[in-house]
Write a protein that binds this ligand. Structure first.
Ligand code: NAP
Length: 304
């Protein structure tokens, strides 16, 4: 990474996800360019049902960053009242299209749609969000497959800032299949080797649970849930949560108080959000490899 290590006024290392995302985009672009001519352009397809503004912004950003990484992208936008059959047909068409390598269905889908039935139609190799049953099963079994982007982004930040995980205590707050649960599995993997506690809304005494941790990840979506009282001096604190409040977008971490105690901390924004997109693009390149559309990865590029 090109940038210097920055610190908060309290001395905590700032885990700069935006800078690491930019480096990742450049690395992916270089990998794609190094393949030379004769291969298809790596292509990400997105599907968005409805006109939710934040979702539209997320999808636009994904396309912009895909282009910067030297990929193409295609988008299918469906009306908010699209039927289950229309959404399923869209995904089936993309699944069968050999020029499409990664498929991302922007979630959540409107309530009248059956999300699981839609995700079931995404082939495991094209499941760049890593959220289908097949990808989650592969993650649990330690088999080769796409890892969900936000948890993977958290691991990439820990790697980049050389935060030790082996034998360390990690607390993940939030147990969704999108973020918390797969992240807990990643922390427990051989090679990462943390001892993990998975906290949720029924956890009693969250302060007590967190105060002993070397690494805390907030993925609850509760504004400023994690305060200095939760944090052991020198611990690493990673903020995944996004809450829209009257004072703007707020994370799960009370940054001002926590930065004075933590050893390393993610900013909000500019921490885990950009890394989610970086890992989506990593997964898209990997999808093209899994499909045999492009040559295998260079030996040095093994993720955890
Ligand atoms: P979710 O499905 O609503 O899950 C939230 C989890 O947090 C649940 O497991 C819930 O517990 C737990 N929780 C809620 N209140 C809690 C509390 N007071 N104490 C402890 N645990 C509590 O949300 P999600 O999809 O996992 O997303 C979590 C947050 O991350 C959201 O703010 C979302 O916007 C954000 N997000 C950010 C990114 C990114 O790139 N930075 C990506 C995805 C999501 P129960 O299971 O007991 O209900």
């Amino acid at each position: 990474m090109t940038t210097e290590i920055e610190r908060t006024p309290g001395g905590a290392i700032i885990m700069n996800g935006a800078a690491l995302r930019d480096d990742t985009v450049l690395r992916l672009r270089a990998e794609i360019e190094s393949m030379g001519l004769g291969y298809p352009t790596v292509c990400l397809a997105t599907v968005l049902v409805g006109d939710d503004k934040p979702s539209q912004i997320y999808v636009r950003t994904k396309h912009k960053k895909a282009a910067e990484a030297g990929m193409t992208s295609t988008h299918v936008g469906l009306a908010i009242d699209a039927t289950q059959a229309e959404v399923e047909d869209t995904v089936r068409t993309l699944a069968a299209d050999p020029s499409v390598h990664g498929i991302l269905v922007q979630l959540p889908l409107p309530a009248h749609l059956d999300t699981e039935a839609v995700l079931d139609l995404v082939p495991a190799a094209k499941d760049v969000d890593g959220l289908t049953e097949a990808s989650m099963g592969r993650l649990m079994r330690g088999r080769n497959g796409h890892v969900p982007c936000t948890p993977k982004g958290v691991m990439r930040l820990l790697e980049r800032y050389e935060i030790p995980t082996v034998g360390k205590k990690a607390v993940v707050i939030g147990r969704s299949s999108l973020v918390g649960l797969p992240l807990a599995v990643l922390f427990a993997r051989k090679g990462v080797d943390a001892t993990v506690t998975l906290a949720h809304s029924r956890t009693t005494d969250l302060v007590e649970v967190c105060r002993d941790a070397d690494i805390i990840v907030g993925a609850a979506g509760m504004a400023r849930l994690i305060t200095a009282a939760h944090v052991k001096p020198g611990a690493t604190v990673i903020d995944v949560g996004v809450s829209r409040t009257e004072s703007g977008i707020v994370g799960d971490v009370d940054f001002d108080s926590v930065q004075a105690v933590a050893g390393a901390i993610t900013p909000m924004p500019g921490g885990t959000g950009p890394m989610t997109i970086a890992c989506l693009l990593e997964n898209t390149l990997e999808a093209a490899r899994m499909l045999g559309a492009i040559p295998p990865a260079p030996a040095t590029n093994k993720g955890r």
